[in-house]
Ligand binder design. Structure first.
Ligand SMILES: [Zn+2]
Length: 99
């Protein structure tokens, strides 16, 4: 297990794994025993999976980059700071200034 993956957080009052850090509100994703990405909802559902390797084992914040997709339900897991490169807003504003 690498250093940037944390242990599973405690369940919320509604017995769900949290989708965001508290405090901070950064988006969390989960990894199962096969290093598959799970959204918080699927991770919660897999907590009681009959196959231990399919249960979530680690949790991490998705800081930046393209959205991850859950390998169970294909839900997007947006990053906290978005994708740094897809559209260069600085370049776009320079273009409009020069026009
Ligand atoms: Zn999912």
């Amino acid at each position: 297990m690498t250093a940037n993956k944390g242990k599973l957080p405690e369940l919320l009052d509604n017995l769900q794994l949290p989708a965001y850090t508290c405090p901070g509100g950064y988006p969390l994703f989960y990894l199962d025993g096969h290093d598959s990405t799970l959204c918080p909802k699927c991770a919660t559902e897999c907590l009681s999976n009959d196959t231990p390797s399919l249960r979530p084992v680690a949790c991490a914040v998705h800081w930046e980059g393209e959205p991850l997709s859950c390998e169970e339900c294909n839900a997007d897991i947006e990053s906290a700071y978005g994708d740094p490169d897809p559209i260069d807003l600085g370049a776009l504003s320079k273009l409009s200034e020069g026009a």
